[in-house]
Structure formats: structure tokens, C-alpha cells
Design a protein around this ligand. Structure first.
Ligand code: LMR
Length: 338
């Protein structure tokens, strides 16, 4: 009898220790925007779903607003395994050596979101993610933000209005060429430094979807915002390959499930977030909002379109023409429905 009691005492001690020793798997998810943005809210949604679907075996720690790493540092931190998940802008993969992502930066290349989502979720998106594998990175999803608008402390209506302006851009050679085509002088700068640089006049203007413009309070330091939809800003949700492939299969499956649902949610809210931010900018009354009329948009388009050809060798003519083909297919389907 004594032996049995001893056996169960040892067993219960072992089990209770086992319970304590199974620490959750921690995913540090770092990003550079405010929590109340499409990416910020989607990261929160992913956290909730991932922790629920894995029954707490995974814990997601969110680090928004460049709290943990700024633009330049975050990609390296991921490759080293210091963080496990990021969602950098598609404009920020050039320094990694994967310049093809800059196809998303080509001015006026996406006529609508339908074309964009088909490119992201189709063959082109898959091929781009495959290029990350050699960098110890796995692409998990494409998230949306929106079309970009231009801002400065002077009206930006005609192409000549950009002459000599110092315009902040992300680390993308296509965006460098875009600003030069407009006669401006591009300045690569981390997102976290933009507000101060605008406030101090280090740069004169910038471009971003309105959700970023508003949540970074750029309306406080930019008198003019032109709704031009001249380019696009979206994200690749990425993870460290070694970390991801080292996860238990069932955990990885649940995280993929959570990511899929978070992506549907993210795309549902992206346009609404940008519309709401634009309404708040208008309500703030600090920034004159100018919607570029067709005639002026055509003048921008004329000077910007040559950037596509300029980057055929770098991005790949097939990739660029692949996007044109998707756009034409979407147009054909729309016409067929009329
Ligand atoms: C920027 O740097 O302007 C954007 O990439 C920030 C972001 O992640 O939306």
C-alpha cells in the first residue's frame, strides 16, 4: 500500500512539473505602424486567433510603432531570429536583394484592388515568396493598406509643383526613380523618422496611404495632401524560416489557419480604415485635401509611366507584363458583366 502511495506521489509531482515546464512558444511580431491601422489591427487579430487556435501553446507579443526595431533593423533581426514575424512594406525588400518586389511600387500599375489581390494571391505572389526562401525567410501572407497619396507644404497639382522638393521615400529604387521623374529629390528614411523630418523641414513632403498619413499625425506638419492614387503600399507577412520549420506540425497548421483568417479580416478593413482616416484629416482642417482631377492625373501618368520600362531588367519584363495581363483580364471580366 505504501509503495502505491509513493508511486502516485512521484507521478503527480512529475506531472505538475511537466505542466509548469511546457512554456508557450513566443512569436515576437514587430512592425513600424500605429496599432489603429490596417496592419496594426490585423496583427492584433492574428495574435488573438493564434493564441486561441493553439490553446495558448503559442503567445504572440506585438511590438508596433517601431518599438522594437526600425525599418532598417527589422529585416536583419528576423533573419537572425531575434524576432519571429514582420509585415514590412513590399517596398522594403530591395535591400534584402529581392528587387522584384518593387513591381508593387511601379506608379499606376494597379488599376484596382481586384488586380492587386489576384497578383498577390496568384502565380506572381507565389514566385516572389519563393525568392525569400534563400534569405532564411518564409512568406506567409500579403496584407493590404492602400493606394498612396502625395503630401507637402505646398499644393501638389501639376508635375512642375514637385520641382526641387525633397520627398521622403521607402528604401525602393523604383520610388527613387518615381520621385526623380516628377522632378523631386528622393530621400530614403525610416518610417519612424518621417514626422520629425517633416516638422523640421529635413524633407518637404512624402507619400503614403492616408491611414499612415493620419495615424502618424502628418496632417499636423503637412499643409497639402493630393489624392493621386499614383502608387500602392501593401505588405508581406514574413517569418524566420528556421523558426517556422522548427515548429510542431500541428502548431504550424493552426498558425496558418489564424493567418488566413487574419488576412481576410485585414483586406476587409483596409479601404475602410483609409476612408475613415481621410475623413479625420478633412475634419482636422489642418491640411488642404485636393483630389487630382483626370486631366492632371493623366499628366502625372505621362511622366511616371516610363519608370516601368526603366525597371524591366531589374524587376523582369515577364513579371511586369504578367501584372498587365492580370489587369487586362480583370478589365475584360468587368466589361463582360456590364
Ligand atoms: C513606410 O515606411 O512609409 C511604410 O512602409 C510604413 C508601413 O509599414 O506602412
Amino acid at each position: 500500500m505504501k509503495l502505491t502511495r509513493l508511486f502516485f506521489a512521484i507521478l503527480s509531482f512529475a506531472v505538475s512539473n511537466l505542466a509548469f515546464s511546457v512554456e508557450p512558444i513566443v512569436i515576437k511580431f514587430s512592425h513600424v505602424v500605429a496599432p489603429n491601422t490596417p496592419k496594426g489591427k490585423a496583427a492584433q487579430k492574428f495574435k488573438e486567433l493564434a493564441e486561441t487556435y493553439t490553446a495558448g501553446r503559442v503567445k504572440v507579443e506585438l511590438y508596433p510603432n517601431s518599438q522594437l526595431y526600425k525599418d532598417r533593423e527589422e529585416m536583419e533581426a528576423l533573419q537572425l531570429g531575434a524576432v519571429q514575424m514582420l509585415a514590412p512594406s513590399l517596398s522594403k525588400f530591395g535591400p534584402l536583394g529581392v528587387r522584384e518586389f518593387e513591381a508593387f511600387d511601379l506608379p499606376y500599375i494597379f488599376p484596382n484592388k481586384e488586380t492587386l489581390y489576384r497578383v498577390m494571391d496568384g502565380e506572381i505572389g507565389k514566385k516572389l515568396f519563393a525568392k525569400l526562401e534563400t534569405k532564411n525567410i518564409v512568406g506567409l501572407a500579403y496584407w493590404d493598406n492602400g493606394f498612396k497619396q502625395m503630401s507637402a507644404n505646398k499644393p501638389l497639382r501639376k508635375v512642375d509643383d514637385f520641382k526641387g522638393l525633397k520627398m521622403r521615400i521607402q528604401s525602393s529604387k523604383v520610388l527613387d526613380a518615381q520621385m526623380r521623374a516628377l522632378g523631386a529629390s528622393p530621400q530614403v528614411m525610416a518610417f519612424s523618422e518621417v514626422y520629425t523630418a517633416l516638422q523640421q523641414g529635413v524633407v518637404d513632403g512624402t507619400e503614403n496611404p492616408v491611414s499612415n498619413f493620419y495615424t502618424q499625425k502628418m496632417h499636423e506638419v503637412q499643409k497639402h495632401l493630393t489624392i493621386s492614387d499614383h502608387g500602392y503600399l501593401g505588405y508581406a507577412v514574413i517569418t524566420n524560416k528556421k523558426f517556422w520549420e522548427g515548429l510542431p506540425k500541428d502548431i504550424r497548421g493552426e498558425l496558418e489557419h489564424a493567418m488566413k483568417e487574419a488576412t481576410v479580416y485585414e483586406r476587409d478593413i483596409a479601404q475602410k480604415e483609409n476612408d475613415e482616416s481621410l475623413a479625420k484629416v478633412r475634419a482636422a482642417g489642418t491640411t488642404e485635401v485636393y483630389v487630382l482631377p483626370l486631366k492632371e492625373r493623366q499628366a502625372w501618368y505621362k511622366v511616371l509611366l516610363p519608370v516601368h520600362k526603366e525597371f524591366e531588367d531589374v524587376i523582369g519584363k515577364d513579371l511586369i507584363y504578367g501584372i498587365y495581363t492580370v489587369a487586362a483580364q480583370v478589365e475584360k471580366e468587368k466589361a463582360g458583366k456590364k
